[in-house]
Design a protein around this ligand. Structure first.
Ligand SMILES: Nc1ccn([C@@H]2O[C@H](COP(=O)(O)O)[C@@H](O)[C@H]2O)c(=O)n1
Ligand SMILES: C[C@@]1(CO)OP(=O)(O)OP(=O)(O)OC[C@H]1O
Length: 157
């Protein structure tokens, strides 16, 4: 059986934090705000996988109220998603994602992000899609107030 899930996330920028996307630190003048490392791309991918498995969303497994996960590396969240898929007898066929951000340009880091995400999900880098677009200067992304990400995941058993 094949199943598909979707995920979406958004985080505001915050001065003085590192910018973590796809499990790597990307040079930029500021990072994203969050209870976790605020890796908006990994969060969208996590929700896509959880959705494909018919499970509750990321906040169920990693509640924003849980002080013990403050600053958690979102690759750990993807590892949990891979565990849950395995427990339910599914393999992750592929994930695809789009980061929506005015700046910085991220595609030069796509290969490094794919490697990290694939390792956490126990799949191959070519099973991980990463794309990026600006928001053509429109809306909160266009004003550089934050970033958004969307993702889909396919699983099979
Ligand atoms: N944060 C971003 C946004 C975009 N890119 C790359 O630039 C290309 C053009 O983006 P437009 O929004 O102007 O269409 C896009 O296809 C990406 O390759 C990026 O690297 N980082
Ligand atoms: C993983 C969590 C934990 O607080 O990360 P946050 O940084 O709060 O990010 P968000 O995408 O708003 O919600 C997911 C949360 O469950």
């Amino acid at each position: 059986m094949n199943r598909v899930g979707i995920g979406y996330d958004v985080h505001p920028f915050e001065e003085g934090r590192p910018l973590i996307l796809g499990g790597i630190e990307i040079p930029h003048i500021r990072g994203l705000k969050g209870h976790s490392d605020a890796d908006v791309l990994c969060h969208a991918i996590a929700d896509a996988i959880l959705g494909s498995l018919g499970l509750p969303d990321i906040g169920f497994y990693f509640p924003p109220t849980d002080a013990s996960i403050e600053g958690i590396c979102s690759l750990r969240i993807l590892e949990k998603c891979a565990e849950l898929a395995q427990e339910k007898g599914y393999v992750i066929t592929n994930v695809d994602s789009t980061l929506i951000a005015e700046a910085p340009k991220v595609m030069k880091h796509a290969a490094a992000m794919k490697d990290k995400i694939a390792e956490a999900l126990r799949i191959q880098p070519d099973q991980v899609g990463i794309k990026a677009t600006t928001n053509e200067r429109m809306g909160f992304v266009g004003r550089e107030e934050g970033m958004a990400a969307m993702a889909v995941a396919c699983v099979e058993k």
